[in-house]
Design a protein around this ligand. Structure first.
Ligand code: EZ4
Ligand code: CO
Length: 402
């Protein structure tokens, strides 16, 4: 089953996506997401210049061998650009394998471990009133798990809150927006938000919150402790996670469950976090952590240490990644939850998919492979537009984590 054609498709139906399409001699094709928000063309060039020539003529059935060839064969290992490129190849090969076997990918990964996948939606608001309204709306749509973010008094903008009403999409066209950040008002404010949400929505609803890498370990410990009465499902990305041992201090001080890993590029970024049981949920996902093959190794390590999965699922991950994540979620034993941020209508028209949302849960569908296709002619009508994520500065001008 030789690979005869490989294409890198860059498009922007509402936001930028990079998609890898691998075609075999029998005319079967597979898709992989290769989108790295704000640095898309680096991955596209890595694929076009350095990976595509290595794929032509290879046997599409040799998924693990191809992964190792691209990883070890590059000599320069890891990093988001490399791992996203490898992930897209891996995902596309699993898609092909499923189509050839006439089976959904989750069946090839060991079959369904559950009937459907618990997902959480995003409730964002300029203030707690608006956030509570957004929570109520999501509950009506069937969500039983909701991430709540709100504007903070004294801060002009913060992570998770749209500048104007409508969908939240942090990357913007033109040069990066700069936000001003102060930790103290945030730490004072967040417990009051969750006190209100618990009072209004009762004990059953799963509530989540994303601190988006902005705190020091001791600040994160304080936040975790102050949120304990509202029993969050998780507190996400409390600190920038380059230093895995920083979670030790957080762990020592709070029982609020901790989730981390959306920016991780593979198992080495979370090995200590998992082995030392410093976290509760690992958020690494298909596109940025080396594809389905590598993510399954992370999940297997996590399973030994009571850590569950909680894959990243923001809109900068294309429907191809979402489909792959859902096959992974359905099959893996230690699945925890899946993030779900619906794509725009333009995106949905370009990427048609078999996966479905119903009553706060999702299913990847039973189409062979991943069950997602790209309309290349329509995609070509949405050319790439450079966009950047925001940059954060503290109020004295010092660059801070965004
Ligand atoms: O800011 O995916 O939990 N979700 C997130 C996302 C990230 C974006 C960055 O590209 O933190 O919204
Ligand atoms: Co996040």
């Amino acid at each position: 089953m030789r690979i005869t054609d490989v294409r890198v498709i860059v498009c922007s139906p509402g936001r930028n996506f990079v998609t890898l399409k691998i075609v075999t001699e029998d005319g079967v094709h597979g898709l992989g997401d290769a989108t790295l928000n704000g640095r898309e063309l680096a991955v596209a060039a890595y694929l076009t210049e350095h990976v595509v020539p290595l794929l032509i003529g290879r046997d599409a059935r040799r998924i693990e061998d191809t992964w190792q060839f691209l990883y070890k064969g590059a000599y320069w290992r890891r990093g988001p650009v490399t791992m996203t490129a490898i992930a897209s190849v891996d995902t596309a090969l699993w898609d092909i394998r499923g189509k050839v076997s006439n089976a959904p990918v989750y069946d090839l990964l060991g079959g369904a471990s559950r009937e459907s996948v618990l997902v959480y939606g995003h409730a964002n608001g300029a203030d707690p009133e608006e956030t509570a309204t957004a929570v109520a709306r999501l509950r009506e749509q069937g969500y039983t798990a909701i991430r709540a973010q709100s504007g903070v008094p004294g801060l002009e903008s913060t992570y998770g809150v749209p500048a104007s009403r409508g969908r939240y999409e942090p990357a913007g066209r033109g040069l990066p927006i700069e936000h001003v950040w102060r930790t103290e008002p945030y730490l004072d404010f967040v417990p009051a938000l969750f006190e209100r949400l618990r009072r209004e929505f009762g004990p059953e609803l799963h509530l989540l919150h994303d601190a988006h890498h902005r705190l020091t370990p001791i600040e994160a410990a304080r936040l975790g402790r102050s949120l304990e009465p509202y029993h969050l499902f998780w507190l996400e990305d409390p600190v920038p996670a380059e230093a895995q041992e920083s979670f030790e201090l957080i762990r020592r001080h709070t029982t609020t469950p901790i989730a981390v890993g959306e920016v991780f590029d593979g198992i080495h970024a979370c090995q200590q976090l998992i082995e030392r049981e410093l976290i509760d949920y690992i958020r690494a996902t298909v596109v940025h952590a080396g594809g389905l093959s590598h993510l399954r190794k992370i999940a297997a390590l996590a399973e030994l240490h009571h850590v569950k999965t909680g894959c990243h699922g923001a809109t900068d991950l294309s429907p191809v990644c979402m489909a792959a994540a859902l096959h992974f979620d359905l099959s893996v034993h230690n699945f925890g939850i899946q993030e779900h941020m619906p794509h725009s209508e333009e995106t949905e028209r370009v990427f048609r998919h078999a996966y479905e949302f119903r009553d706060g849960r999702m299913h990847p569908g039973d189409a062979p492979g991943l069950g997602v296709e790209i309309d290349e002619a329509l995609a070509a009508q949405y050319p790439y537009q450079r966009a950047y994520l925001p940059v954060n500065r503290r109020d004295d001008g010092t660059v801070h984590d965004w």
